[in-house]
Design a protein around this ligand. Structure first.
Ligand code: BGC
Length: 724
């Protein structure tokens, strides 16, 4: 698609992407449907209603055969529709449940491309439909507050605006297939340590400005039909029974009509949860009649502690979701493992890869004259569809990095593989093995010999899905498996060494940044991983990924760590950094990161010019429209994500140095006059801060500086506007 083809003299005008990638509109539940819901409700006995409110299998719930009410059939999750399992989580050993493996959440975020988020959702929705699921437990987009969080790879980014734009489209995509999206984990599930017991004591402004916006957008703009309550507590109350979160904010302010699903085993009471917003209790261990929302709920209704009205409201919500999904008209049949799905995976992977350093212009690889390449590192042959604890996919196929290179170069270049390091990692159970293992000298020696005897070397290092996992946080940002020793050893014997780091979260690659000239960042990039990676290295794809989170130079610089506000004390964690999360912290405190938010190079170069606004004075009800010209000044066609940040110098409240308020990814052809005019819209109401005293959003009058940049720290153009 993004072949490095020359075009000249193109002037294209793009309009802003404001979260509407033109999905098929999902029909609202009509009055007729409401009448049908009411008719069904009248026929249901209290026992039948309660049977609809709790799990009856690891991923299933409810269903009333007598009235043809289907079960709720859920499935994970962000990486694709997971394999079917039987009680105890063992494989159901089906031959029909292999699926497409989609790139992980931070990979999708690194594309900065909401249209790809829609395609991701759409295709996963088709697969869910084909597999008979009506609720996909995705997307997951808790804010990346601490880079060590084990689920960083599943989530999107450290920025609420980027998260929101992607969440809205993922939701719309999934639901276009009459499958409910389940946005998760609501809310402030920002670490895995003590996730089942910790209380997050976050101030209201940070909650509203940083942690809730993507959920709000997923519900009010994306129209998500279900949401998953998080394991943790918010201000001392479990999220699954948190009246403020579920009843006041979600169902009250945001007018959420769908159902709240507990995280698996994340319900802690019958009366509290029933009366404070939870609709469906899920969990993975039988006997299911012992669940809080099973026999105990029936008893509580009989004892008058939970009213039948409350039960009816929950049943109504479940039927409402079913009328959008399995009981809807024109139910699509779904599709599994299609070439279109593979293409979506390829496109996401291709746009997610981030070029971190290319000082010698070694990339794109010029293979003329190259007879042999040493392909070194376990991650060249590792697959990422499974591993660790939590969501995985039984992938129909996954192209590894080595296979990708073989597919593209196998006939012309000798590829010599050496494993380099052992990636065995067992964080759970007996015989645990941790990241402190010593380098395997035999593997390193073999790698050195392979690199020495080759024209060039490509090293594949980083994490894997065992190392980054649900239910545990990493202890450090260090590269695991003594990889640094391997990098140093190989680089010392072959000056033409390219380092490809694969991971879903920030790592400390400071030494590599200092010593190596060519660095590429890749992700757990789905079924087409190796093909996309090879095409980026070879220049068929010009890299356009931008980092969705800050890479700190040291973990001590990271806000929650610097404030000693992680992982909590006595099961409480005060988010004392407040609104200063991610780049907001680094920029405000003037701390130099290793790589900043939004960073990513290209094989070409871009010049920004002429940031202008049509007028300078705005009322709070208006929208600021800014335009600027981006010129491709290099040798290759390429995509660039223009990022627009906003600052307010003089303010009566605390402000972050700058905040992302708009972005636009554009394809710019090559050629002397190849210029693209980018239009970015910011509704003035999006400049509001959350005023804790009045419990409302307020736009402060005065001057705001709009800053257009290639990253959060490479601002090219700025312009000042005044809000009246
Ligand atoms: C995770 C959820 C997941 C559920 C079912 C929980 O442990 O937190 O994200 O959907 O398991 O697999």
């Amino acid at each position: 698609m993004k072949a490095l083809v020359s075009f000249c003299c193109a002037l294209v005008v793009f309009s802003i992407f404001q979260s509407n990638a033109q999905p098929k509109k999902v029909k609202p539940v009509t009055d007729k449907t409401e009448a049908k819901i009411q008719t069904l409700m009248k026929q249901l006995t209290l026992e039948e209603k309660i049977s609809m409110l709790h799990a009856n299998g690891i991923f299933s719930a409810g269903g009333v055969q007598r009235l043809n009410i289907p079960q709720i059939m859920t499935d994970d999750g962000p990486l694709g529709v997971r394999e079917d399992v039987k009680e105890g989580w063992g494989s159901a050993n089906l031959t029909t449940d292999s699926a497409t493996f989609f790139p992980n959440g931070s990979a999708l975020a690194a594309t900065w491309n909401p249209e790809l988020a829609f395609r991701y959702g759409h295709d996963m929705g088709e697969e869910a439909r084909a597999r008979g699921k009506n609720v996909m437990l995705a997307p997951a987009f808790n804010i990346c507050r601490v880079p060590l969080c084990g689920r960083t790879y599943e989530y999107y980014s450290e920025d609420p605006f980027l998260n929101a734009r992607l969440a809205v489209q993922s939701v719309k995509g999934i639901q276009s297939q009459h499958v409910a999206a389940c946005v998760k984990h609501f809310a402030v599930n920002n670490q895995e340590i003590e996730r089942g017991r910790i209380s997050v004591d976050v101030d209201e402004r940070a909650l509203r400005e940083i942690y809730l916006p993507a959920f709000k957008a997923g519900i009010t703009e994306g129209g998500a039909w279900t949401i998953m309550s998080a394991y943790n507590k918010l201000r001392g109350v479990y999220c699954s029974e948190n009246d403020y979160l579920l009843d006041q904010v979600l169902k009250g302010e945001w007018k959420f009509k769908g159902m709240v699903i507990s995280d698996w085993g994340g319900t802690h009471s019958t009366v509290g949860a029933a009366n404070h917003g939870l609709d469906l209790e899920m969990g993975s261990r039988p006997p299911y009649n012992t669940y809080f929302f099973a026999d105990k709920l029936l008893d509580s209704v009989k004892a008058g502690k939970v009213s039948e009205k409350v039960i009816d409201e929950k049943v109504h919500r479940i039927l409402w979701v079913l009328y959008h999904t399995d009981m809807s008209d024109n139910l699509p049949a779904g599709k599994l493992n299609t070439p279109e799905h593979s293409k979506t995976v390829y496109d996401i992977a291709a746009e997610s890869i981030v070029l971190l350093k290319n000082d010698r212009n070694l990339l794109p690889l010029k293979t003329a004259g190259i007879k042999s390449i040493a392909v070194i590192g376990d991650n060249a042959t590792h697959t990422f569809h499974l591993g660790g604890f939590g969501a995985g996919v039984k992938a129909r196929y996954e192209i590894t990095a080595l296979q990708g290179l073989q597919n593209r170069l196998g006939k012309t270049v000798e590829l010599k593989y050496a494993q380099g390091y052992s990636a065995v990692y067992r964080p759970f159970g007996k015989n645990q093995r941790t990241e402190t293992a010593k380098p395997d000298s035999g593997l390193v020696a073999e790698a050195i010999a392979t690199a020495k005897s080759s024209d060039m070397a490509i090293l594949f290092i980083g994490g894997n899905r065992d190392y980054e996992s649900e239910s545990r946080d990493r202890k450090t940002l260090d590269l695991p498996f003594s990889e640094q020793v391997l990098v140093d050893s190989v680089t010392a014997v072959n000056p033409n060494t390219i380092v490809v780091v694969v991971g879903g979260a920030p790592y400390d690659i400071g030494k590599i940044k200092q010593n190596n000239h060519t660095i590429v960042w890749s992700w757990y990039n789905g079924s087409e991983n190796g093909n996309a990676l090879a095409d980026v290295l070879l220049g068929k794809i010009n890299p356009s990924g931008k980092l969705p989170f800050t890479f700190p130079a040291s973990i001590k610089d990271s806000p929650a760590i610097a404030m000693d506000a992680y992982p909590g004390k006595d099961l409480h964690e005060e988010y004392t950094e407040g609104i200063l999360v991610g780049y907001r912290w680094f920029d405000t405190k003037k701390i130099e990161p290793l790589y900043c938010f939004g960073y990513g190079l290209s094989y070409t170069s871009f010049k920004y010019a002429g940031l202008t606004v049509a007028k300078k004075l705005f009322k709070p009800t208006e929208t600021i429209t800014a335009t600027l010209k981006v010129k491709n000044t290099g040798k290759y066609a390429g995509k660039e994500t223009v990022q627009l940040y906003v600052s307010k110098a003089e303010s009566k409240i605390q402000r972050a140095d700058k905040e992302l308020k708009a972005f636009k990814k554009v394809n710019i052809p090559v050629g002397q006059t190849a210029t693209v005019t980018v239009t970015l819209n910011i509704p003035v109401k999006d400049l509001a801060y959350y005023d804790v005293d009045s419990h409302s959003w307020k736009v402060e009058p005065g001057e705001y500086t709009l800053q257009a940049g290639t990253s959060s720290r490479d601002i090219k153009q700025s312009v000042v506007v005044t809000v009246l």
